[in-house]
Design a protein around this ligand. Structure first.
Ligand code: GLC
Length: 471
């Protein structure tokens, strides 16, 4: 627990007095601060003492991202820098599995600081070796790299990025992502549960969220110093990015025209120039898709692989495709149309549904392994996650749909404050508070505050390095 004497995060919080909810965000951030050697280095995921899992008092790399951007915007770049440094140093704590070479770029899912009676501090990382389900957090190194880039862009502190340790870390991450393994696609192959959805949910393979983060990570090659033997890696990252974008835009995109083509696909086609590259059978189109997909709208499917399209709509992946400028302008407009026309399903009473639709009955048993936390319309299986307000607002602003960003914002503020910042909401329309949701969930609060910043200063995204073409 933080000591009482700790100073608050910000001297003059930008939105102090703006509304009771904004005041409460700052209070929550202050109470969640984690110190190491006298320096603030992160935030707990949740301050709820009744949290169902012990590691909610850890600082998670993915959870810290929105808070990190706020700290840049509100004059606490020192905390971001300290966080980036600590995470990088923790890499050394990864245990080796017998008979395995250590993957050089993997970063921990989370960390915590232990303080003994004499005040001695030890910092402990979790690489998925302690987390429930023992999942390897592939997205951690990606969020770290994107935050590093935002830090450098915003503060202009290029000297930090040019230190030997950071250069080495960025090279390791890029090498790990770009290494060829068993792949025939330009996308990245990952195990189930290796990102925000960190429980078994049938998201192994090539999930859209990881692909969007992969592209943003490749952009971080621009932090490398070419003269230090990195030119080949910069070139490789650049080339892969071009191929990846083209591939995602072409094969992940689904609208009524594409669906019609899939519906009439020939199958079992051998050779190079075939239309049905992945041998998708039209019978695998779920019943809900043709009726749900409106005209003039579309989205990126959840996953793509041999004989497999996961037609579920995954919000974070789709929104990050827009934030990272990975979609064509037409696709971006069509995706925002989908959100508008399917507002009740995707947003309802709380932005935004993590996945639509929920998987049920035998599908739920087979895909989740009968996970009681992921019952239909709950948690990862169709729950609504307040943290998604910031990528939603960012995506809407980038696609000139400020109206949707404002509309989403308007339903969040009071409800989140009243419910004391839950982790997620349940039900078809997000009307119920999550059955096992923590309160005091920090990224639910920082997501909201970051969204406010983005709404009020339209050039914020650009200043953080999320400009057009991610420049
Ligand atoms: C849950 C979420 C994960 C999040 C963590 C801490 O495990 O699935 O995405 O990072 O909680 O909030």
């Amino acid at each position: 627990m933080p000591e009482k004497t700790q100073p608050p995060c910000f001297d003059k919080p930008k939105y102090a007095g703006y509304s009771p909810a904004m005041d409460d965000v700052y209070r929550l951030m202050d109470s969640a601060l984690i110190y190491y050697q006298g320096q603030a280095v992160g935030l707990m995921a949740s301050t709820d003492h009744r949290a169902p899992a012990d590691n909610y008092s850890d600082c998670f790399v993915r959870d810290f991202f929105s808070a990190g951007l706020i700290m840049l915007l509100e004059g606490r770049a020192d905390i971001v820098r300290a966080f980036l440094t600590v995470i990088m140093q923790l890499r050394g704590q990864q245990e080796t599995l017998e008979g395995q070479q250590i993957a050089p770029g993997v970063l921990p899912a989370s960390f915590r600081v232990y303080r003994d009676a004499e005040g001695n501090e030890t910092i402990m990382a979790d690489f998925g070796d302690r987390a429930i389900g023992r999942v390897a957090p592939v997205d951690s190194m990606m969020w770290w790299a994107v935050l590093l880039r935002a830090y450098v862009r915003y503060t202009g502190d290029a000297a930090f990025a040019q230190t030997t340790e950071i250069q080495r870390m960025v090279r390791m991450i890029l090498s790990l992502c770009l290494q060829s393994r068993f792949e025939v696609f330009p996308t990245l192959l990952v195990p189930d549960a290796s990102f925000m959805i960190d429980r078994r949910m049938g998201v192994n393979g090539h999930p859209i969220e990881i692909q969007a983060l992969f592209d943003m990570t490749l952009c971080c090659a621009d932090l490398l110093i070419p003269e230090e033997g990195s030119q080949w890696l910069i070139d490789l990252a650049h080339r892969r990015r071009e191929i990846l974008r083209h591939y995602l835009q072409r094969y992940y995109w689904l609208d009524m025209d594409v669906l019609n083509r899939i519906y009439r696909y020939s199958t079992e086609m051998f050779g190079e120039d075939v239309e049905n590259l992945f041998n998708i059978y039209s019978d695998s189109i779920p019943d809900w898709v043709p009726d749900w997909l409106p005209d003039g709208a579309g989205y990126f499917v959840g996953n793509l692989g041999p004989g497999r399209i996961d037609f579920r709509f995954f919000s974070q992946g789709n929104l990050l495709m827009l934030v990272g400028d990975l979609a064509s302008p037409e696709q971006a407009a069509a995706l925002m149309n989908l959100i508008e026309q399917r507002w009740d399903d995707l947003i309802g009473r709380m932005p935004m549904k993590l996945v639509y639709p929920a998987i049920k009955s035998h599908e739920w048993r087979l895909i989740t392994g009968s996970d009681p936390k992921n019952i239909p319309w709950s948690y990862h299986n169709g729950g609504n996650w307040p943290v998604l307000i910031w990528p939603l607002v960012a995506a809407a602003l980038k696609s000139n749909r400020r109206d949707l960003a404002e509309r989403a914002w308007a339903i969040t503020e009071q409800r989140l404050l009243r419910d004391a910042w839950p982790e997620y909401y349940d039900g078809r329309y997000g009307r119920l508070m999550g059955r096992r949701a923590n309160v005091g969930q920090v990224w639910s609060a920082t997501g909201l505050l970051l969204a406010r910043h983005l709404l009020d200063e339209p050039d914020t995204l650009e200043r953080l390095g999320f400009g057009r073409d991610f420049s």
